[in-house]
Design a protein around this ligand. Structure first.
Ligand code: GLU
Length: 550
């Protein structure tokens, strides 16, 4: 067979050669050890937390080594595309502080010299390399219909042979040039297949940066390189793009491990150096129904979508810190030893990543986020809450904007001290946190063990005892003295020893005041709350509560 003639027949319009592209995409000028990594999603608009995790790890690996991180849009499967799908992904990354050095910025704009960064705009590049493979006798057109492929599969099943298009089953491998010409002239659609040089008896091995040494049978399948419309498959596009774009480390989901033999073979026959692979296990979650682990599912778990974290107002620093804890299990230990260091000082390593699936735990994220937020200043909390609310809850944003000083002082309660309170995990929580400051309680969580008449007595007395000029240190001893004078034990311990001698203890008295002022049994420091509310509001709340008790 005259391969050159076949190549011209199939790719007559292609005039460039692989060398032309090699010259257009020169080797990157980076320092020794610098990694070039990428995130390569389909433009589905949906960013899964697992995708963010992969992008985060790839970004980290590039940045820590002084390298480059880029975003390539893999839109060879038009079925999965949605409108503005690229923008959704770029924003999803940006919201969590992952800025790209190169690649797509919007549906149409990009930065960087190794583009186009959208696969559908690289058709001619793929076809140029495809043509050169045909010239070398390493690729051929296949006219098999879906029915014919189905038949092959059935007969393989019957004979218990490996499924696929390979060896004796690869019917179109040996078509003559004349036969091919005839079929093309008759308008028959065809795909371009690899003529795999693989040997069933041989095995390949490669070193995965996360999973370690992996050994698998060599690829023998004549996989599809270009589909009937001339668009490449993931396999072919991956080899060409990551080669030309200079990717050093391909960090991707471990669902691709089984395809690695195909990819390594493609790199080899194309004359490319294979990248370092790092296959990430999927993000898992504890399954309440079965008690086992399962993948975080887009359909079942709202927290699978990255928008969930942004919309509920998790600070990006907290989410990134959390992703580090699931990326490297030694991060938590490091964090304990270095509570005040920037997370950027932690030495991240791919080889410390979990080989099985990292377990995603919202409670843990909440803890990390509370720890982060409790260390912010009240002004920082105000600003962040306002900017979250501007997008997520305009009504609340208006309230905050119109009451800046008041809102800031609410966020200042029990903040800036040794042991700041940890009430807020995400900005959404501030709505409930602030609620009773902006509105008098509508209902009261009165304690069952104090009769209404006793609660009224406590409140009436407290109105006369409370002094708006008293300090935080003076405040509680006065409540204690008042409790004693009304027949309550000064300390819970005293009460426990001899419950019959008291109506209750000082805690019950404080609770009655707390419920009167806030409606709730649990709240931050009551002294500070009253200070923030102001004396008049305090008095009017006590009166409203007494009315409620009557
Ligand atoms: N488009 C592929 C995916 O979303 C990319 C995999 C890779 O990173 O190479 O699974």
């Amino acid at each position: 067979m005259d391969n050159k003639k076949l190549a011209e027949l199939l790719f007559g319009s292609i005039t460039k050669t692989p060398e032309d592209y090699e010259n257009m995409y020169p080797k990157r000028d980076l320092k020794e050890g610098a990694k070039v990594t990428r995130f390569a999603p389909s433009p589905t608009g949906f960013l899964h937390i697992g995708g963010l995790f992969a992008a985060f790890v790839s970004h980290l690996a590039a940045k820590r080594s002084g390298g480059v991180f880029f975003l390539r849009i893999e839109d060879t499967d038009k079925k999965r595309e949605v409108e503005n799908g690229v923008t959704g992904i770029v924003e999803g990354l940006r919201n969590f502080g992952i800025e790209i050095d190169e690649g797509m910025l919007t549906e149409t704009d990009s930065i960087g010299n190794y583009g186009p960064y959208t696969q559908s705009m690289r058709k001619e590049i793929y076809q140029t390399y495809a043509k050169s493979l045909v010239e070398k006798g390493l690729a051929y057109p296949c006219f098999c219909t879906a029915e014919e492929l189905d038949e092959i599969r059935k007969s393989q099943e019957e004979k218990k042979q490996n499924p696929g298009y390979y060896g004796e089953f690869a019917k179109c491998r040996d078509l003559t040039l004349e036969e091919i010409e005839e079929k093309i002239n008759a308008g028959m659609p065809y795909v371009l297949r690899l003529k795999s040089p693989g040997d069933e008896a041989k095995r390949i091995s490669f070193n995965d940066a996360i999973k370690g040494e992996i050994e698998m049978p060599e690829n023998v399948q004549d996989i599809v390189l270009l589909k009937t419309d001339g668009i490449p498959t993931y396999h072919f596009a991956h080899a060409i793009d990551d080669h030309l774009m200079g990717t050093t480390d391909v960090i991707r989901g471990d669902e691709w491990i089984s395809s690695a033999p195909v990819h390594l073979q493609l790199f080899e026959i194309l004359g490319f150096t294979a990248p370092q692979y790092a296959h990430i296990a999927p993000v898992m979650k504890e399954d309440e129904e079965t008690g086992g682990k399962r993948k975080l599912s887009k359909r079942k778990d709202p927290e699978a979508a990255v928008t969930y974290y942004h919309e509920s107002g998790y600070p990006k620093e907290a989410v990134l810190e959390y992703l580090l804890t699931i990326a490297n299990s030694n991060f938590e230990e490091w964090r304990m030893a270095n509570p005040d260091s920037s997370k950027d000082e932690f030495e991240f390593s791919l080889s410390n990543m979990s080989k099985a699936g990292a377990l995603f735990d919202l409670m843990k994220l909440n803890d990390i986020s509370k720890n982060y937020i409790c260390k912010l200043t009240k002004e920082e909390v105000y600003d962040a809450t306002l900017s979250w609310a501007n997008a997520a809850n305009p009504e609340f944003a208006k309230l905050l904007a119109e009451n800046k000083d008041y809102a800031t002082s609410i966020f200042g309660i029990e903040r800036g001290n040794e042991k700041p309170r940890k009430d807020i995990a995400k900005w959404e929580d501030t709505i409930d946190y602030c609620a009773y400051f902006f509105n008098k309680p509508e209902s009261y969580e009165w304690a069952e063990n104090i009769a209404n008449a006793d609660a009224i007595e406590i409140l009436e007395t407290y109105k006369t005892v409370y002094d708006k000029n008293e300090t935080a240190e003076e405040w509680f001893p006065k409540v204690r003295d008042m409790a004693e004078s009304l027949g309550y034990a000064k300390a819970p311990k005293m009460y426990k020893k001899d419950p019959d001698s008291f109506k209750g203890h000082v805690g019950d008295v404080a609770t009655a005041i707390r419920v009167a002022v806030t409606g709730r049994r649990n709240s931050p420091d009551l002294y500070e709350i009253i200070q923030v509310l102001g004396y008049d509001e305090f008095l009017s709340r006590i009166d409203a509560a007494i009315d409620n008790l009557r």
